[in-house]
Design a protein around this ligand. Structure first.
Ligand code: GN1
Ligand code: MG
Length: 362
């Protein structure tokens, strides 16, 4: 990371103040993120290198982010909200008036204003889960009337049929020679593959809408103030049309697992019912106005779908020789796979509980 000439990159953006330091920030698995500390009263900034191996159309991506943050900002202004810069990200333009900079080596950069006195969590409690549910429901609800169609920054990102095909290819190609050791996982996933592709079938039958969703609602993609109130949703690269299952299910994948997604103690992986209930209450409260009966009915399926899909994605990356997710050690993606597989099974043990609870809310 230190090989980047960050001073030169920062000088392309219209930032205020003199840069004091630039340090790595957060634990994202895709982009490289830095906090830019400035001297005196000027704001601090977040500098990010956008991983354009994964987000191949940065123009479309930044266009989506501008459309979404602009729309939310206008709504907050119209509602007379205070502290708007703490509730929606503000991107800093370059000298050329764009919100990203392409350097001489083909790397893409962007800068947003750092939100002070705010925190992200790797784990949530009941209050922060309820607030997160409300916040993601509000985020979707504010975007229901976005006056333009957004493109998909990663086409078919949460399409389970595509993820199934990618896994099948990874198995057939066996690029890293790892297939022989993991036959048990392959067989286990294949059992439920058809069932887990249900959303795509409902969509083709015209029964399930796509809406603008965040599509990366893991716990650490939300900023809280020090009192535990949600300020703002961050990490907007995957904002695109998808099923609401994406936001609802993916939050619970990280929020309601007793362990981190890469914890090797599989026997401790489990589904936290209290977090499920708290998050669901918050989500239904703010999403009730637009959710259809088919969406509501399938929320328990969504809770199972996301650990399942994430398991398939980590597993395919493991079989392909670790080309997508950042890893810290050679078997990291296999550990993540087994963790998500265990979580998937713990979630499916809870179908009846989830169904019954959701019924009490509507
Ligand atoms: C990636 O960028 P980050 O770490 O928030 C991934 C998500 C996965 C997640 C698993 C663009 O998110 O889809 O759920 O890792 N983002 C992309 O931790 O693939
Ligand atoms: Mg992130």
């Amino acid at each position: 990371m230190s090989t980047f000439n960050l001073d030169n990159i920062l000088s392309q953006f219209l930032i205020e103040g003199k840069v004091e330091s630039v340090k790595p920030l957060g634990n994202g698995l895709i982009n490289d993120t830095f906090r830019v500390v400035t001297e005196g009263d000027a704001p601090d900034y977040v500098l990010q290198r956008i991983n354009n191996n994964i987000f191949t159309d940065v123009d479309l991506l930044q266009h989506n982010i501008e459309a979404v943050t602009g729309h939310i900002r206008r709504k907050l202004e119209a509602a007379g909200a205070d502290d708007i810069d703490r509730k929606v990200l503000r991107f800093v333009p370059t000298q050329q008036g764009k919100t990203y900079y392409l350097d001489n080596e083909g790397r893409y950069w962007r800068v947003s204003v750092f939100i002070p006195d705010a925190v992200t969590y790797e784990q949530v409690d009941l209050t922060s889960s309820r607030n997160a549910g409300k916040a993601f429901g509000e985020f979707e609800s504010m975007l229901v009337d976005l006056p333009e169609q957004l493109g998909e920054t990663i086409p078919d990102f949460h399409n389970m049929e595509l993820r199934a095909r990618q896994l099948q290819e990874a198995i057939e190609q066996d690029k890293a020679g790892r297939v022989a050791g993991v036959a048990d996982i392959i067989a286990d996933l294949q059992k439920d593959m058809h069932e887990m592709c249900k959303a795509e079938r409902l969509f083709r039958e015209g029964k399930l809408p796509k809406r603008i969703c965040h599509c990366d609602t893991k716990v650490n993609n939300m900023m809280y103030d020090k009192q535990g109130n949600v300020l703002c949703v961050i990490d907007l690269d995957t904002v695109m049309p998808s099923f609401v299952f994406s936001d609802y299910g993916d939050f619970l994948r990280t929020g309601a697992n007793f362990m981190a997604e890469d914890d090797p103690k599989i026997e401790n992986v489990g589904f936290n019912q209290d977090i499920f209930r708290a998050f669901t209450e918050g989500y239904i409260e703010s999403a009730r106005s637009f959710l259809t009966p088919v969406e509501v009915e399938n929320l328990p399926y969504a809770v199972a779908l996301f650990p399942f899909m994430q398991c398939v994605r980590f597993f395919a990356d493991y079989l392909n020789g670790d080309t997508y997710y950042k890893i810290a050690y050679p078997e990291h993606n296999l550990v993540r796979t087994r963790n998500q597989q265990a979580l998937y099974h713990r979630v499916t043990d809870n179908y009846d509980m989830m169904d019954n609870f959701i019924r009490t809310l509507i």
